[in-house]
Design a protein around this ligand. Structure first.
Ligand SMILES: [Zn+2]
Length: 556
């Protein structure tokens, strides 16, 4: 049955609509011009109508989050949803798979991308993605410390690298290219790390700079929908904003008509000045200026939330540092020729000066970077649960709310960050960009993030009028964003009045660019490399038919 969302106030920046009273029609899962008969009608009079939200970076599936769940049985005491006819859902920072789908839907989100899977274990990642209801999803395999990638980068052999990227994306049913601390995770296999873009990686002689630029070149020549997506070197360390700025500048030599050529993720964790934990400060202002100036770079926030989190990343050397700093339990794993992973539970404390600097730095980025260039994220579960996005959006929209929340933070932020002096307030249109339009463009998902004809029938309706609200009344904004009146996925009502009412199954996007290159180029190398793996080449990767609802994207 078709659906009509009637008399809502539509904010759809991609199509130039910023608060117009109009009707939205959905048929066969897509937005259409009009439907005349057999239409179910939702009354949205005076309410905000927007496209479904998109999370471009959340660790929602795979061996990291599952190992995290096993490490933290205490998480399972938090009941998020009794079954009520659907499935039960539990977890505080480490949600079960059903809880992930439900919690996204409960805030009006309909798409999320897992940004880091080891290719060797990708079958596990897809099993979990297939267990997450409602939302569309995708996963990005990790490339930045892979032996083949470092070898081809050292040889400057972009043709082989392209062939390898295409081979991996097909084998993993992956969506794009992720780099985490390029070179540093390999160095960690020898107990080390890399500290600048020009440190040599042990055994390969290649530098992070060469790995990054080679992968950008390969991604651009293959014209993948999504750009290279990077977690920079030196994450978490005081003074790291300089490495981040240098990394951002690497995008300068490349161009793409439709999107950025480098997406720099959870920048808050890579935006610190200072030389130690005693004089750490925010470099957000300088980073924001640079990002706003360089056309071909986008970022996401990586906003920490005061309270519990579970950090998990392929950045093994950083996880070891954090384990020592936080005196918390720690898990580490080396993943053969490819990558690694570590997990450390963490609590962000408002009374802690460093944590407060982190909190303020994320918000500075959210306020200072153009809404066309930044997406809201917590780097779930590293900065905290993703269902705090309404809280983050409200902080960005209301100076009064920020002032209230800043009172809870450590006063050191007045010295170390510019947050207290920023009066700017994001508009609803800005927030729609940061949660819909920008992530859709960053990911190259053309049918998402807007409500034009042919777009996915993913819509959220909120109890707020974008033409008539008061930013000082932050309680009302927060309440509206936390409890959508409706979330609609592919034309089905999945959330009503803030609770899940039905379950649909989204698609898993993956990218097939095998026609742009040939595997023959790397055939002999692959044969050689599989001598060193614990699996045979025949058993490596996943077949498309194993996925519940795959959507193959051919690159343009
Ligand atoms: Zn991440």
């Amino acid at each position: 049955m078709a659906l009509q969302i009637k008399n809502g106030i539509v904010v759809d920046p991609k199509n130039g609509i910023s608060g117009e009273k109009m009707d939205i029609f959905i048929k066969d899962g897509k937005i259409v011009e009009e439907v005349k008969k057999n239409c179910r009608v939702i009354d949205a009079t005076g309410k905000l109508v927007v496209a479904g939200g998109i999370d471009l970076h959340a660790h929602i599936a795979g061996c990291k989050i599952n190992t995290g769940r096993a490490m933290r049985p205490e998480e399972m005491r938090f009941v998020r949803r009794k079954s009520n006819g659907l499935r039960a859902a539990v977890g505080r920072t480490l949600l079960t798979s059903p809880a992930i789908g439900y919690e996204y839907a409960k805030m009006g989100y309909t798409t999320a991308v897992d940004p880091a899977t080891p290719s060797l274990y990708v079958i596990h990642t897809h099993e979990e993605l297939d267990s997450i209801p409602i939302i569309d999803k995708a996963t990005l395999p990790l490339f930045g410390n892979w032996h083949q990638v470092m070898r081809y980068s050292a040889d400057k052999d972009i043709e082989k690298l392209k062939s390898f990227v295409a081979w991996v994306l097909e084998r993993t049913k992956g969506y794009g290219v992720k780099l985490v601390n390029p070179g540093g995770v390999e160095a960690w296999m020898y107990g080390g790390n890399v500290h600048t873009l020009d440190d040599a990686v042990p055994g390969f002689g290649v530098t992070p700079r060469e790995i990054i630029t080679s992968l950008i070149a390969a991604v651009e020549e293959l014209n993948l929908p999504h750009s290279a997506h990077i977690h920079c070197n030196n994450l978490g360390m005081p003074g790291n904003y300089e490495t981040t700025m240098e990394t951002i500048k690497l995008a300068k030599g490349f161009e793409n008509r439709d999107r950025q050529v480098l997406h720099v993720t959870h920048v808050q964790f890579n935006a610190y000045t200072g030389s130690s934990w005693r004089d750490i400060g925010s470099g957000a202002e300088e980073i924001a200026k640079l990002v706003n100036r360089i056309e071909s770079v986008t970022i996401d926030m990586g906003q920490p939330i005061f309270g519990h989190a579970t950090t998990m990343t392929a950045d093994c050397p950083w996880q070891f540092e954090l384990h020592k700093l936080a005196k918390a339990k720690w898990c580490n794993r080396d993943i053969e020729l490819e990558t690694g992973g570590g997990i450390v539970p963490y609590v962000y404390r408002a009374k802690n000066a460093v944590n407060s600097v982190q909190w303020a730095t994320g918000l500075e980025l959210g306020l200072l970077v153009d809404a066309d260039k930044i997406a809201i994220s917590t780097d779930y579960p590293n900065g905290g649960p993703f269902n705090s996005y309404p809280y983050i959006a409200t902080l960005l929209m209301s100076k009064k709310f920020r002032d209230e929340e800043m009172k809870k933070a450590h006063p050191y932020i007045e010295k170390a960050t510019s947050l207290p002096s920023i009066d700017a307030e994001r508009t609803i249109e800005d927030i729609v960009k940061m949660t819909r339009v920008t992530p859709a463009r960053v990911l190259g998902m053309k049918n998402k993030g807007h409500l034009g004809t042919g777009a996915d029938g993913d819509v959220a309706v909120y109890d707020i009028n974008p033409m008539d609200y008061n930013s000082s009344n932050f309680q009302a904004i927060l309440k509206a964003l936390k409890n959508p009146l409706y979330t609609i996925k592919s034309g089905e009502i999945v959330v009503k009045d803030g609770d899940v009412v039905s379950e649909v199954w989204g698609r898993t996007y993956w990218v097939d660019v095998r026609d742009k290159t040939t595997t023959e180029l790397i055939e002999r190398d692959l044969e050689e490399y599989f001598n060193y793996y614990t699996v045979n080449r025949e058993n490596y990767g996943v077949e498309e038919r194993w996925l519940q609802n795959p959507l193959r994207v051919m690159a343009g």
